[in-house]
Design a binder for this molecule. Structure first.
Ligand code: ADP
Ligand code: MG
Length: 247
């Protein structure tokens, strides 16, 4: 991909109740953007260091000066994504990790404002910037879709009644897409927040059935952001269309 730039961040979450009750030992340390792993079974071995764009220490709480909050993660990663989207680039964030690692927490977070994940914070900023626009020649539109891949089936989380088996197809120019996936126009952060809530509830059903807090599924949240500029001189409209993907 010409000009594509990739950034990699790792994050360590607090122990869950199971880990605490097993008296688990934390084998990770983080300093700056370096992650350091030690092997308690080989205490003589030197700890191994790995450097990423960001190493987020979220194992403790806000009182710890090294603690990386949801806000911090958004400021580093989300703000840059938003900036590039306004410049007209496609941006994508891919959260990877074992079940229970903290992907949903980092991407979506929890309802309390200070625990919002990257996606809600980014949506809030997106609309703040859109409503700052004073230019009559510039207009924006925002559409979202939210889907889940669960047991090889694609479900539309914004249309939960629709039976879960949408088809993934490939467009010769636009690339892969999901046929019949609903794409809803939104005009405020509130609209997006409502849709995210709805979609997250549609995910949680699977989680409760599995008797787990994590849903063992893959979710893709897409924002199609279109900037339309009208040129007075030529009377032409130009469009920049950008997708963000969340997982
Ligand atoms: P995943 O989506 O990767 O399966 P979750 O995001 O659901 O995992 O995280 C598993 C549990 O750990 C959840 O209860 C979540 O709230 C909690 N958790 C994950 N990351 C953090 C964090 N950085 N701070 C506090 N709690 C976290
Ligand atoms: Mg999850």
């Amino acid at each position: 991909m010409a000009g594509a730039s990739v950034k990699v961040a790792v994050r360590v979450r607090p122990f869950n109740t199971r880990e605490t009750s097993h008296d688990a030992k934390c084998v990770i340390q983080m300093q700056g953007n370096t992650t350091c792993i030690s092997n308690p079974k080989q205490p003589k071995d030197a700890p191994k260091n790995f450097t990423f764009d960001y190493s987020y220490w979220s194992h403790t709480t806000g009182e710890d000066p090294n603690f990386a909050s949801q806000r911090q993660v958004y400021k580093d990663i989300g703000e840059e994504m938003l900036l590039h989207a306004f410049e007209g680039y496609n941006v994508c964030i891919f959260a990877y990790g074992q079940t229970g690692a903290g992907k949903s927490y980092t991407m979506m977070g929890k309802p309390e404002a200070e625990q919002h994940g990257i996606i809600p914070q980014l949506c809030e900023d997106l609309f703040a910037r859109v409503s700052d626009n004073q230019s009559p020649d510039l207009s924006y539109s925002v559409e979202v879709s939210y889907m889940e891949i669960y047991c090889e089936r694609v479900r539309d989380l914004l249309s939960p009644k629709s039976k879960g088996n949408l088809r993934v197809r490939e467009h010769p120019i636009m690339g892969p897409y999901v046929e019949d996936l609903s794409k809803l126009a939104v005009t405020s952060y509130h609209d997006i927040a409502d849709l995210m809530d709805c979609g997250n509830k549609a995910r949680t059903v699977a989680a409760t059935n599995m008797n787990e807090t994590s849903s063992r599924s893959h979710a893709v949240f897409t924002i199609v952001f279109t900037q339309k500029r009208h040129d007075e001189m030529t009377n032409l409209d130009t469009e920049k269309v950008r997708d963000y993907w969340g997982l």
